[in-house]
Write a protein that binds this ligand. Structure first.
Ligand code: PLP
Length: 436
């Protein structure tokens, strides 16, 4: 194993062996090399005469560029677009994202967390975490209502053993008991990776205060029984809280609460700032132990360097500009209101009771989506029928669930949408009974 990796591992082991034990074989091997980038960084500080280290082309004290590109981006300085961004991301963007995180999650103030590291949006952040912490057959625990891509990121790519538990209790709250029992079913294995995604895709659910407290207590109890836990908070839809749920990330509560619990926050501009195609995300670690934070940051940089090398500089500049703008908060609030009103309208429509013979809906209070639980009609059959007969697109999940993204239907169209879904349901339901 490389000497730098050995040193990082040793330092992590000395301060917190549990975090070290959570690493995958690849995670243990990773380090950040003292290669060209380190030499370039040194030259940037000291080479005042000629700096012939950088792997880009320059002229007139700036990066070389094609004027036809710059013409479309005149508001931006060439230095903020064309050169490589550092592998960890633009320092100013990292700092501002951290400040934003602390402002939106005040209970993080007295926690020990790393600086956010820039990724090529959340999917990439999650796949880095999978590389760092998952070996073949490692238990990967998550609720059964989930974003399907986790199967690829953790299962297909890294061979994790998916263990799901029912998302809701019979009463419709978050199933903390199921989470705890599923984790403890792997107690002998000694380690698990837990993924929690709130606001949730596909349900649109975020726990309330009591549920959040119960989740944290359950995790502490599991850790007290000797299990090492890497807890990933996928905060893709962070901030879109419309009702009485918690308004901070669970990461604030989980970061540095127990030596056996490593908290990991994966978030980004994708959904919360409506910049899906920009591909800017972040990874932040929470641990009391400085050598763990340092080791994980360097290992993360190592994998970044060995995969994408660095995320898009223009995209980072666009996000940075947004964060610095005095209009940012007001514009974000405006869009939040649009989505909140849609969520509210959906509840109003569903609570009328017109569709009660067709479906129940799962509790939702946040995010982009909500889910219907169909009564006696197959979800995929309904999805296809709606597409072919009514030109309505929804997502079918399993046998009975339909996900509706109110994020992409105007408030005044929502009634029409649910009426059409209901119409489609009735067509199939009638068909079923005439066949019976
Ligand atoms: C829960 C969740 N996490 C992560 C992602 C991926 O986000 P990104 O587009 O930033 O990779 C999505 C996208 O749909 C998502 O729903």
């Amino acid at each position: 194993m490389n000497e730098i990796a050995q040193n990082l591992n040793q330092q992590m082991q000395q301060e917190n062996p549990y975090a070290y034990e959570l690493l995958s074989e690849l995670g243990k091997k990773l380090f950040y090399p003292k290669g060209i980038l380190t030499q370039t960084a040194e030259a940037k500080q000291k080479a005042y005469r000629f700096n012939a280290t950088i792997g880009i082309a320059t002229e007139k004290d700036g990066p070389m560029f094609l004027p036809l590109i710059q013409e479309t981006l005149t508001k931006y300085a060439p230095k903020d677009l064309y050169p490589y961004a550092p592998p960890a991301g633009k320092p100013e963007l990292r700092q501002l994202w951290q400040e934003k995180m602390l402002k939106e999650n005040p209970s993080l103030m007295d926690k020990s967390i790393s600086n956010p590291i820039v990724t090529n949006a959340l999917t990439h952040g999650l796949s880095i975490i999978a590389d760092l912490f998952v070996d073949e057959n490692d238990p990967f625990v998550l609720p059964d209502k989930l974003w399907g891509n986790y199967n690829f990121i953790f299962g297909i790519r890294r061979g994790a053993k998916n263990l799901t538990f029912p998302f809701y209790t019979a009463e419709g709250s978050f199933n903390t008991r199921g989470m705890k029992d599923t984790l403890l079913s792997k107690k002998d294995y000694g380690k698990a990776i837990l993924l929690l995604n709130f606001p949730n895709n596909p349900t649109g659910y975020t726990p309330n205060e009591q549920e959040a407290t119960e989740i944290v207590t359950a995790l502490m109890e599991v850790a007290d029984q000797g299990m090492n836990l890497a807890v990933i908070c996928d905060d893709a839809y962070f901030g879109l809280f419309y009702e009485n749920s918690i308004k901070e990330s669970l990461f604030s509560r989980i970061a540095d609460i127990h030596p056996r619990i490593l908290a990991i926050k994966v978030d980004g501009a994708t959904k919360e700032d409506y910049m899906w195609g920009f591909r800017v995300g972040f990874i932040t670690y929470g641990s009391k132990f400085p050598a763990v934070l340092d080791g994980l940051e360097k290992k993360t940089l190592g994998i970044l360097r060995g995969t994408i090398s660095s995320a898009s500089h223009p995209a980072q500049t666009f996000v940075l500009n947004a964060l610095k703008s005095t209009d940012f908060q007001a514009q974000k609030q405006e869009k939040f209101e649009v989505l909140r009103k849609r969520a509210c309208k959906v509840k109003q429509i569903l609570n009328h009771g017109h569709y009660d013979d067709a479906w129940d809906y799962y509790p939702f209070n946040s995010g982009y989506f909500m889910c219907l639980k169909l009564k006696g009609v197959d979800a995929e059959t309904l999805r296809i029928h709606l597409l072919e007969q009514y030109g309505v697109g929804v997502i079918s999940l399993g046998e009975s669930d339909i996900r509706v993204a109110f994020s992409c239907v105007e408030e005044q169209e929502l009634k029409n949408l649910y009426d059409l879904i209901y119409q489609g349901f009735q067509d199939l339901s009638k068909q079923n009974s005439s066949e019976a």
